[in-house]
Design a protein around this ligand. Structure first.
Ligand code: DWN
Length: 418
């Protein structure tokens, strides 16, 4: 594998406050792009990229040290949100809460930015709302449109926002789940939101929460798609630059711990600000040391322990003649396995229910991705759950494996067998 300097730029200033006072606190080495699954019939030299996290001493944003060309990251994207029933149910709850709280009507336009295969939009559609998606992955936009959720194959920016405004009018509700952390130019993103959002509209950002990332050693959710790792403090700073006001924040357990940030235009005083919800998280971040560099410098120690513990366990089990497979050919699984040096000598294969991933090899360590019937045809003794954020759902759907003596390995926040 070779390092691909030509496909990325190095970060020299903070994306939010432009400070150059950035300190590296995590270095996972040279890691391949985690959603670039390998076609075994068309193998080519895989590229690796430095995977490091920097902490901004000015505004407390954590961010990758490089920005990979998004055209390379998202041109043909195999990740599908709707594979998980847990996530689909989460999206239904989000849609119901939005309709109830903001009295959304059937004439209201709901836009989902980075709408993937239409998973969240279909849940909003169940309430009879006008729905529209936008996603740069042409393969996903086509799947979503074919499933009845109209999706524009494009990146979210002022040009695409203007096109939607001209063709469909202003949006009453703009949903941005698992995309705001993926964006390099946050100013352009928010200028586009202001173009399309009604004066009385609501904009919601859902991102993984850095508090959970640090507290639960979720280092494997560091990958080249995730440019920013948010706390409430830098998020508010970025939004205020564009006259956008946070009026509520909810914590969710999804994806290892996320925050759902409710935003309105500053001029729209019709929606009161829940100061307690906002201030309590800002206070919590400060109290647990997330606004201090020292907390981050201590993080790598916990990462190293996960690496040594998972390797020791896999090597012990294999030396005992046990067969270990994995479940969830996830981005986080690719980071964990490449960082720890896990290959098919230690993990025989990876099960994934995403049809488009089956038959491919995982990036970098090239472990075969197979359907769930391998649990019967090539039954393992242990299942390492790479998609630990969905461990409950995966264990529920593999009851037969469990009932016939199969055991699970959960790697995060600490390696354990259940
Ligand atoms: O931000 C992102 C997050 C939301 O999703 C993306 N940039 C990348 C992606 O990260 P991930 O791949 O680590 O996400 P997941 O949702 O943890 O991946 C789960 C994987 O496990 C998928 O490949 C689907 C698979 N899966 C499965 O095969 N059967 C998951 C469940 C629940 C299942 O039952």
């Amino acid at each position: 594998m070779s390092s691909a300097q030509q496909n990325y730029r190095r970060v020299t200033a903070c994306r939010i406050c432009e400070s150059t006072n950035l300190r590296r606190f995590l270095d996972l080495g040279e890691i391949p792009l985690v959603n670039r699954y390998v076609d075994p019939t068309d193998r080519e030299e895989e590229e690796t990229y430095p995977l490091e996290l920097l902490y901004c001493l000015e505004c407390s944003l954590s961010q990758l040290s490089i920005v990979v060309d998004p055209g390379i990251l998202y041109q043909n994207y195999l990740y599908r949100s709707s594979i998980s029933r847990t996530f689909t149910a989460h999206c239904y709850d989000i849609a119901q809460h939005a309709v109830d709280r903001f009295k959304l009507k059937q004439t209201d336009l709901v836009l989902d930015i980075a709408s993937n295969d239409g998973c969240a939009l279909r849940e909003f559609g169940k309430f009879g709302l006008r729905i529209m998606g936008i996603d740069p992955a042409e393969n996903l936009a086509q799947i979503a449109t074919d499933l009845g959720t109209p999706t524009i194959p494009a990146f979210w920016n002022v040009e695409s926002a203007t096109r939607i405004l001209e063709n469909h009018g202003e949006a009453s509700f703009i949903n941005a789940m698992n995309v705001f952390a993926h964006v390099d130019n946050l100013d352009q993103f928010l200028i586009a939101v202001n173009v399309l959002l009604k004066e009385t509209g609501v904009f919601v950002i859902e991102v993984p929460y850095l508090l959970s990332f640090v507290n639960q050693t979720e280092f494997d959710t560091t990958y080249h798609e995730h440019l920013s790792y948010f706390l409430v403090k830098p998020l508010i700073k970025q939004l205020e630059k564009h006259n956008l006001t946070v009026f509520d924040i909810k914590q969710h357990t999804i994806h290892g711990g996320s925050i759902r940030v409710y935003v309105r235009k500053a001029a729209n005083k019709s929606i009161p600000v829940d100061s307690q919800a906002v201030q309590s998280l800002l206070q919590l971040e400060k109290e647990v040391g997330l606004h201090d560099l020292a907390t981050y410098l201590n993080f790598s120690k916990h990462v190293m322990k996960v690496k040594t513990d998972v390797l020791d366990l896999l090597q012990k089990l294999n030396s005992q003649g046990k067969v270990v497979a994995a479940y969830g050919a996830s981005a986080k699984g690719s980071v964990l396995s490449n960082y720890c040096g896990i290959n098919n000598n230690l993990v025989r294969y990876v099960i994934d229910d995403t049809p488009e991933k089956q038959g491919h090899l995982t990036p970098g360590n090239n472990i075969e991705i197979v359907p769930a019937n391998y649990l019967q045809t090539q039954r393992p003794d242990y299942l390492l759950i790479f998609a630990w954020n969905f461990a409950k759902e995966i264990m529920e759907k593999t009851q037969e494996f469990r009932n016939t003596g199969g055991r699970y390995i959960i790697p995060i926040p600490n390696v354990r067998v259940i």
